[in-house]
Write a protein that binds this ligand. Structure first.
Ligand SMILES: Cc1cc2nc3c(=O)[nH]c(=O)nc-3n(C[C@H](O)[C@H](O)[C@H](O)COP(=O)(O)O)c2cc1C
Length: 184
């Protein structure tokens, strides 16, 4: 039997969701990283994704300066870094230094990637929309990279131990199951 969920908490019914590290570089060269789980593909041709960023954060200011960012896909081994990137703000803390991330140059955007992550998307903003306390960015993926040890036949393997965010400090790791149907 289902019971009522507070509407302000209803988004949690759509979790767990993959957590990514969004990395942006300001015009002055400052690089910042933040955790983001409100991310989704919206089109495959052209490849478009959407991210929703809180207006009170800092990362969107850098994205607005350049119209670019990278999306970096961490494994659960980076849980501590993901947590800190999600509770500290680049307006006060140099998170790249704090988290000891190694940055790798991107080819299609100025924002770098994070070497410790298993995958990366280099993105250019196509549309920007203010939605209540959030900014919704639709961005085109200009380059995509994956560690093929963990991304096989179009699928992240169990060994990738991708990090999903449930709520608060609770995370989970996905486990693959295979549908046995003969019908495609
Ligand atoms: C697991 C996790 C997921 C998060 N997802 C989002 C998100 O999708 N959008 C958002 O605006 N903030 C999200 N946050 C919060 C931001 O990461 C947090 O406000 C961060 O301090 C912003 O950093 P910045 O001020 O350097 O941009 C998340 C935090 C955590 C821990």
């Amino acid at each position: 039997m289902k019971t009522e969920v507070d509407l302000s908490e209803s988004y949690k019914l759509l979790h767990p969701r993959p957590v990514v590290l969004v990395c942006a570089k300001g015009k002055d060269g400052k690089v910042n990283v933040m955790s983001c789980s409100w991310i989704t593909p919206v089109s495959d041709d052209p490849p478009l994704i959407a991210i929703s960023l809180w207006k009170e954060g800092y990362t969107h200011k850098l994205i607005d300066e350049t119209g670019e960012f990278t999306v970096n896909i961490p494994s659960s081994k980076l849980l501590e870094q993901v947590w800190l990137a999600g509770i500290k703000s680049g307006s006060k803390t140099d998170k790249i230094r704090l988290l000891k991330f190694n940055l790798t140059p991107s080819k299609m955007v100025e924002a770098p990637g994070i070497e410790e992550c298993l995958g990366a998307l280099e993105c250019k903003v196509k549309n920007r929309m203010e939605v209540e306390e959030q900014i919704l960015y639709i961005a085109e993926v200009k380059r995509a990279l994956a560690d093929k040890t963990y991304f096989k036949k179009d699928v992240w393997t169990d060994e990738a131990e991708l990090l999903l965010h449930c709520a608060g400090k609770t995370f989970s790791i996905p486990k693959l199951i295979k549908h046995k149907s003969q019908i495609f």
